[in-house]
Design a protein around this ligand. Structure first.
Ligand code: ADP
Ligand code: MG
Ligand code: MG
Length: 211
């Protein structure tokens, strides 16, 4: 198909909740190497609250849904990831507007606005070993696929492949943002937890739009 419906966005978020929950221990293991061992519980708690909230108070428009997701993450998750993921969804909602579906270009623009919000808040640049390093190349791949005429499913699989590559490329990097940066050179040799959870955003999307 060439659009993503409100129901598909809800399925995407629910699948993201499932993936972070399944990989909770792995995310925590990654964060125990270069952080404070809470990324798995942060993401699981936050996305659990999100799925509960959107089930209890159904949204009738994309902006309403995504703003509610963002607010729930900001209020239910402490540390870095809660406000950063919260900002991503809040800004994504503002960009999407009061519509009931998004075409590929609009979805890409909304996620890009979300990532711009993450950068405005956390100042991450490429190569700082953060979630940015997975999301930014994924959005470039998404945009290129959509511009080249790909449907949503093909764009999602291109974005996923790019996110995975960006995630894996964080391993040798020395962290320059967040808690991991306190470790200096010792942060090298470990994959970034946030780049790993944000790759799951694209895994969840690929799972949702192809099924
Ligand atoms: P905390 O570090 O507060 O315990 P989490 O463990 O939940 O929070 O999240 C850590 C992740 O947050 C990191 O792996 C990194 O990807 C991301 N992160 C941290 N600081 C920033 C930042 N300034 N910009 C972008 N992402 C960041
Ligand atoms: Mg942590
Ligand atoms: Mg923490």
């Amino acid at each position: 198909t060439s659009t993503i419906s409100l129901d598909q966005l809800i399925a995407w978020l629910s699948r993201f909740r499932d993936l972070v929950t399944e990989k909770k221990s792995y995310l925590t293991e990654l964060d125990s190497a270069i952080g404070d061992a809470d990324h798995g519980s942060n993401m699981t708690r936050g996305m659990g609250a999100v799925v509960e909230k959107i089930g209890a108070a159904p949204s009738t428009a994309v902006d309403e849904l995504l703003k509610s997701v963002g607010m729930t993450l900001v209020t239910s998750v402490g540390g870095a990831a809660g406000p950063l993921y919260g900002t991503l969804f809040l800004r994504m909602g503002v960009s999407a507007g009061p519509v009931t579906e998004l075409d590929g270009a609009a979805f890409g623009a909304a996620l890009r606005a979300g990532l711009d919000g993450v950068v405005a808040r956390g100042k991450a640049e490429a190569g700082d070993k953060t979630m940015f390093d997975a999301i930014d190349p994924a959005l470039d791949a998404w945009d290129a696929a959509v511009a080249g005429g790909s449907d949503i499913a093909a764009a999602a699989s291109a974005a996923l492949a790019a996110a995975e590559k960006g995630r894996d490329a964080t391993e040798p990097l020395v962290a320059r943002k967040g808690r991991a940066s306190y470790l200096g050179e010792r942060s090298a040799g470990h994959i970034d937890p946030g780049a790993t959870s944000s790759t799951m955003l694209f895994q969840a999307l690929a799972d949702t739009v192809t099924s």
